[in-house]
Design a protein around this ligand. Structure first.
Ligand code: GTP
Ligand code: MG
Length: 581
């Protein structure tokens, strides 16, 4: 799928006035204002019965490089933008200018971008919701002759061309933005042109991370799904979690969604004003799990029967965490809809927070996640593999152990929390600070290159058989159970998040860490090569197919001399390139 031209139309009077005000008030005031809004949102989101209506501050309006928004503000901003947006399948070979002209009849457009996925789709964000209502009012029901349609109206529309098709070449001047990752060979080629490992890591992150457009599309898909769920639960919200919002998402990653019904139960907080009080009659469920299962079952059925663009719906209700899985064709996202999954939401918030504390955290986690995926350490098929969540926690744990530590322990973040941060979910203390200003970091100046080498060294020699990884304490603990890999769940502390990992997979991980550590120490792979065609070196070499495919055969084999191993690595790349051409 390819993103097509991105056109920002921010010239509405209101936004230019806001921009002028922001400009006038200066950086200090701006940050203060953002924080106030942020604190306000934090108090409301998730606990309030009233959906957040206020427009959250926009990162791009802030024009502030260091202006980090809290997880809550990012969520509120994404949801709010999505509610003013529509997704439109556009006729091929129709100029963007023409499409925008037609759509602008309904009001000012704040953001417009398009991409290709089984046709051209445009995400159109209007300045107000009234414009969306006006557009929907103008749309007609399709007339497909004898075909019968489920008359469900949504914000997923088709713009039909009623006249003759426009000439080709109309779109050729438009800039293409990738929405999926570039092939690994191309990435390796790009990395090999960089002059340092630090720059390679930045290059990898820039090439593979979620784009702003992709993130907006994720919020929009959640918002379209929310419209379906709202038929039963008008006060619900559907929020993205996991890699879509934790800062470590790679283009093409799945879309984890959380159906949040707290907006409904939040009304219980109202205090009665008279001796008589009304309450709803409600059906009882046998347990919270049973209630979650029946809610997901019904909504899954609706998505399956009525959800435009939703295909391959599977209800996986007996899983530890019940979910509805489906593909959303217009966006190309593989979606997992869960409910009553607040701890996972908190975990995503925690990862986001850590990633925002120091740019090295996000870049190192991102790099290790890509490295793990390239070698099949992680997989999107469930099994005995290490998950991306576990890999991320392993990197965080490593960073907590640097001298001085790059990030604080979770216990420290809990100690810094204020009253508004308090969160207890199903008896688990999930409290931690959300105000970045309260977190004081120590002055560690290690380079990304050094951290990458040290990471592999650390896990190549870690005492997995005796020790448990624990980011609450930031120190390894004695293993409470016999699982090959023990990583304490940060919030449900009695649980092991890598319980599924078997001995073979752990051994593979360790062998790959040993190999990568060793490769980074070799001069031939550790320095950029001059000359014409770039030869893989540094991080590029680490992403090449491994020589430790099977742990058992590796044990038997004697280590070849460095030059031989590099030669075989390069040959494998050459063979891959030949296959490609
Ligand atoms: P991708 O592989 O890119 O999808 O990474 P991801 O971070 O989205 O992981 P995944 O889709 O497997 O899980 C989504 C979120 O659920 C994670 O970010 C965690 O917040 C949470 N999660 C996943 N696995 C576990 C687990 O074993 N225990 C707990 N408590 N939470 C988990
Ligand atoms: Mg995910």
């Amino acid at each position: 799928m390819r993103m097509r031209s991105s056109l920002e139309r921010t010239a509405t009077m209101a936004s230019s006035f806001a921009a002028h005000r922001l400009h006038m008030s200066g950086r200090g005031n701006l940050l203060k204002r953002l924080k106030n809004v942020d604190a306000f949102l934090r108090r409301r989101v998730g606990t309030s019965a009233v959906p957040v209506r206020e427009e959250a501050p926009r990162k791009d309006e802030a024009g502030e490089k260091d202006g980090r928004l809290s997880f809550y503000a990012v969520q509120a901003q994404g949801q709010e933008q999505a509610e003013r947006s529509v997704l439109i399948n556009c006729p091929p070979k129709t100029s963007e200018k023409k499409i925008i002209k037609v759509l602008s009849r309904h009001g000012d457009i704040k953001k417009y971008f398009s991409y290709e996925s089984y046709g051209v789709y445009a995400v159109v964000e209007f300045a107000t919701r009234e414009s969306v209502a006006s557009l929907l009012e103008a749309a007609s029901i399709p007339n497909n002759g004898h075909e019968c349609m489920v008359p469900y109206k949504s914000r997923l529309l088709t713009l039909r061309s009623l006249g003759p098709a426009e000439g080709s070449g109309q779109q050729s001047s438009q800039q293409n933005h990738p929405q999926t990752t570039i092939p690994i060979n191309e990435l390796i080629h790009r990395l090999s042109q960089e002059e340092s490992i630090d720059r390679q890591i930045t290059c990898l992150t820039d090439a593979y991370q979620l784009t702003e457009e992709n993130s907006r599309l994720r919020f929009l898909v959640c918002s379209l799904l929310k419209d379906i769920a709202a038929a039963y639960f008008p006060e619900c919200s559907i929020k993205p979690f996991g890699s879509s919002v934790n800062g470590f998402g790679k283009l093409g990653c799945d879309l984890d969604m959380f159906l949040d019904l707290d907006g409904i139960s939040g009304r219980n907080l109202k205090t009665a004003k008279s001796a008589l009080a009304l309450e709803y009659q409600m059906k009882r469920a046998n347990s919270e799990r049973a209630a979650t299962q029946s809610i997901l079952s019904v909504i899954g059925e609706c998505v399956d029967q009525f959800g435009p663009g939703c295909v391959g719906v599977q209800k996986i209700l007996n899983a530890r965490c019940p979910l509805v899985r489906f593909a959303h064709q217009p966006s190309g996202f593989q979606c997992d809809l869960t409910a009553n999954n607040r701890v996972a939401m908190k975990s995503s918030e925690l990862l986001y927070l850590y990633g925002q504390l120091d740019p090295r955290v996000r870049q190192l986690v991102f790099t290790i996640r890509c490295w793990a995926r390239a070698h099949g350490v992680t997989s999107n098929i469930p099994g005995a593999w290490i998950t991306n969540f576990s890999v991320t926690v392993m990197v965080l744990f490593f960073l907590q152990g640097r001298s001085p530590p790059i990030i604080p322990t979770l216990d420290h973040l809990r100690d810094l929390a204020g009253a508004a941060d308090r969160s207890v979910i199903e008896g688990n203390d999930c409290t931690f600070v959300s105000d970045f200003d309260k977190i004081r970091l120590q002055s560690n100046t290690e380079t990304l290159e050094r951290l990458l080498c040290e990471f592999f060294d650390f896990y190549a020699t870690f005492a997995f058989s005796k020790k448990s990884i624990n980011i609450r304490k930031g120190k390894e603990q004695n293993k409470p159970e016999a699982a090959p890999l023990h990583i304490q769940n940060p919030f449900e502390t009695a649980l092991n998040i890598s319980k599924n990992v078997n001995g073979t997979q752990l051994e593979r991980f360790v062998a790959l860490c040993q190999e990568s550590s060793w490769l980074l120490q070799q001069r031939d792979t550790h320095t950029p090569k001059g000359g014409g065609t770039p030869t893989p070196w540094g991080l590029a070499t680490l992403l090449l197919p491994s020589q430790v495919a099977g742990v058992k055969s590796r044990k038997k084999r004697k280590r070849e001399p460095a030059s031989e191993r590099i030669k075989s690595l390069l040959e494998s790349l050459k063979a891959k390139n030949q296959l490609k051409t």
